[in-house]
Design a protein around this ligand. Sequence first.
Ligand code: SAM
Ligand code: SF4
Length: 338
Amino acid sequence: MDGSLHRQPASPLIDRFGREIRYLRLSVTDRCDLRCVYCMAERPDFLPRSELLTLEELSAIGRHFIARGVTKIRITGGEPLVRRDVIDLIEALGQHVGEGLDELTLTTNATQLAPHAERLARAGVRRINVSLDSLDAHRYARLTRGGSLETCLAGIAAARDAGIAIKINAVALKGENEAELPDLIAWAHGQGFDATLIEVMPLGEVGQDRADQFLPLSAVRDDLITRWTLTDLPDRTGGPSRYVRVEETGGRLGFITPLTSNFCAGCNRVRLTCTGELYTCLGHEGAIDLKSAFRQSGPAGLEACLEAAMATKPERHNFDVSRGAAPSVSRNMARTGG
Ligand code: SAM
Ligand code: SF4
């Protein structure tokens, strides 16, 4: 793939609330080899493959975003590593690390990480997020609807051995991994990994009332401080996480709290789906058809989309996880790009 950058004036992307957009989440597929109970239905309808952006298109679009001041790209999905040849895209974008791009990273469930870890590291991926909600093999299989904890842990070990820094992401789930969270955090810290807890968001139908899944992280934090000393850290990684140091483990712990503490004022990101829809907010329905614009008008079409995106990015989401509430948006996280 062509690694050259579109050379054009790099005026940064700034929305109508003055927020600079420096972060692109690039989804390469909505498909996944797992079926996490909070993410998708047991039998999801996946998008037709014929509608996907090609890897060459994704690469060209990524380069355009870099030229417009995006400094961080996260490859995501669905499960990004189930898309055939996705490593070619990662290698192409990796050429820009240190040259416009500060960070190229990935969010993965780790099932396919073992065979890919070395190449990812060579492509310039320094850090990844791995989703892992339980260290109990039975619970892991239940939450992922059939996943193998052993495979996930083997993927994590391969990435660590390849020199990639790892952050473990766990969605906090009421009555599920609730009691296990301190052990999961202690394990991650013991391995030298960061850990982040995430509140479940009402995205798409998953066959269960979100009120039965939602566990406020304010309550988790209250529980953690009965065991540990948590010291607030000023660290920001370009995301919504707020970090503490767990003094007893020496590790870093993040909290992503879209429900109990809204961080939209500092939002610096947009998301592109695998079919080329540009979403400026996880919690709103409106998308911009970037694929058609790009196919019809090339870079000029992309520019028009970015202008429209900056003019319409919503101020904030309005998630509602009260009992009986409809999903805040119809699409699940795997569709938008997590
Ligand atoms: N398959 C990859 C993975 O699981 O890491 C990447 C895509 S996944 C959609 C990205 C992240 O979104 C994961 O950390 C997952 O736990 C999280 N996620 C999915 N649905 C969610 C929901 N409804 N609320 C909160 N987090 C969610
Ligand atoms: Fe797949 Fe990630 Fe969604 Fe789980 S959270 S079903 S691993 S896309």
